[in-house]
Design a protein around this ligand. Structure first.
Ligand SMILES: [Zn+2]
Length: 197
């Protein structure tokens, strides 16, 4: 994420599910570039620390909520990708209605209302969106992606940023037409089939 410009400084956090009732999450206060295996923190799904010498990410509450709400999710990635975050800062969602690969691989990306980072309000703000979305813009903050594996979640974050860059450029060229409703319905059906939903 750091090498690809999706985060800077101590931005971002990553977790993976461990078995039925635990997760492994990146620590607070370290650049992801410097994170070593021994820096990772193991938590129960109830939020209690089970292993690791560091404090878990201050945003671990969103990760815990994702695993509770979505049994299919195996990994969660939070980053501040510049172009996708620009949409979130501008108060815009990314519905993917004009870009087939975004609609198919990432899905419609809602704009989750702002809550103060590090508070439980951030996880609460996601609650209406878990069931039908795999990637999320966080108003005035950043982006979050979930997946069936760490690779899946990370690639979705990359694709979100890539799609946001394309939409940024397209908007600079003028009006951006949406795909017709029947074409969107086909893409949405393919995405649902790929999600197993
Ligand atoms: Zn953040």
């Amino acid at each position: 994420m750091y090498d690809r410009g999706l985060i800077a400084g101590q931005d971002g956090n990553v977790s993976v599910r461990l078995g039925d009732d635990a997760l492994l999450v990146t620590p607070a206060g370290l650049s992801k570039v410097d994170v070593r295996p021994e820096d990772l923190v193991e938590l129960g799904l109830d939020g209690t620390v089970r292993g690791g010498a560091r404090r878990p990410s201050s945003e671990v509450g969103i990760h815990l909520r994702a695993y509770h709400r979505r049994p299919d999710v195996q990994a969660v990635v939070h980053a501040h990708p510049p172009t996708a975050t620009a949409f979130a800062v501008a108060g815009l969602s990314l519905d993917g209605a004009s870009l087939a690969e975004l609609r198919l691989g990432v899905g419609p990306v809602p704009l989750v209302p702002y809550a103060t980072p590090g508070t439980s309000g951030v996880a609460d703000a996601f609650d209406p969106y878990w069931a039908s979305h795999d990637a999320f813009l966080m108003a005035h903050h950043g982006a979050l992606a979930v997946g069936r594996s760490l690779t899946d979640a990370h690639q979705r974050m990359e694709s979100l940023e890539h799609g946001a860059r394309i939409m940024w450029a397209a908007r600079a060229l003028g009006d951006v037409p949406s795909l017709p409703a029947d074409a969107l319905a086909v893409l949405d059906a393919q995405r649902r089939a790929a999600r197993g939903a």
